[in-house]
Design a protein around this ligand. Structure first.
Ligand SMILES: [Zn+2]
Length: 251
């Protein structure tokens, strides 16, 4: 009956992904989380079918029914990434339910802040404050890493990002990192532990640089949180294997 579980967790991931779009867009704007989703241009509320993750986007063919304005591909993408990660992590971690819940909580946090970063270039404190205790406490109950590795990881992640920001401001006289990124890294460090926290930043930077080289966007702001998201998930999934492989080359 595995398949029933797979369908179930994917469905939950898709539905929550849809909700995370709403949270990431409404929380920084100070809007209520209640109330039906609507077109940002003309305000038309979405019908029942249009609210279904991914399907809604396909039914509308990426355009508002009323005003025909373009609906961002970001919505179904966030839903798809959420659904896929809920499934992938379930397949990998089904023997360890606490770890599964920690990891999907982390994915949830990251998806919300990715959305906020893409729309407003902010990482909302409110969202961090909701997830901080959840990840802090759940991390203690999972045997993925000992609690002190988690705590030290959080402190190191925060401290290192703080230093980068401080140095960047001193050296280049402009803000290189937002305060939100720094606080976010405390939670990433808690989740990954001190073994993997720096690797996540390394992955994020490499992917960010490659993206910058390929896309060559001239206009100022490139959101960094999506790269932090990819970097930390990669680090969580394959980080230890990557470190072992790298040390194997050195030996
Ligand atoms: Zn519209």
């Amino acid at each position: 009956m595995d398949i029933v579980w797979y369908i179930y967790v994917t469905f939950i991931g898709l539905m929550l992904g849809s909700f995370y779009n709403v949270v990431g867009i409404r929380v920084p704007a100070g809007e209520s989380l209640l109330g039906r989703s609507h077109c940002p241009k003309c305000g038309k509320t979405l019908g029942v079918v249009e609210l279904i993750p991914v399907i809604g986007y396909l039914v509308l063919m990426g355009k508002c029914k009323e005003c025909k304005s373009h609906i961002s591909i970001k919505y179904p993408l966030i839903e798809l990434i959420s659904g896929s990660l809920f499934l992938l992590l379930f397949v990998l971690l089904r023997g360890n339910m606490v770890e599964y819940i920690v990891s999907i909580s982390f994915v949830s946090l990251m998806l919300i802040v990715v959305v906020s970063d893409l729309y407003y270039q902010v990482v909302p404190d409110k969202v961090l404050l909701v997830f901080l205790p959840i990840i802090l406490v759940l991390r203690m109950f999972s045997d993925f890493i000992p609690w002190y590795e988690s705590l030290i990881g959080g402190i190191l992640g925060f401290g290192f990002m703080y230093l980068i920001a401080w140095y960047g401001e001193k050296r280049f006289k402009k803000q290189a990192l937002g305060g939100g990124d720094i606080k976010l890294y405390f939670i990433i460090g808690l989740f990954l532990g001190y073994n993997l926290v720096f690797l996540s930043l390394f992955f994020a930077s490499v992917i960010g640089l490659l993206y910058g080289m390929i896309i060559r966007k001239k206009t100022g702001y490139i959101p960094f949180v999506p790269f932090i998201f990819v970097g930390s998930i990669l680090s969580y999934l394959v980080g230890q294997a990557f470190i072992d492989w790298y040390l194997g080359i050195l030996m």
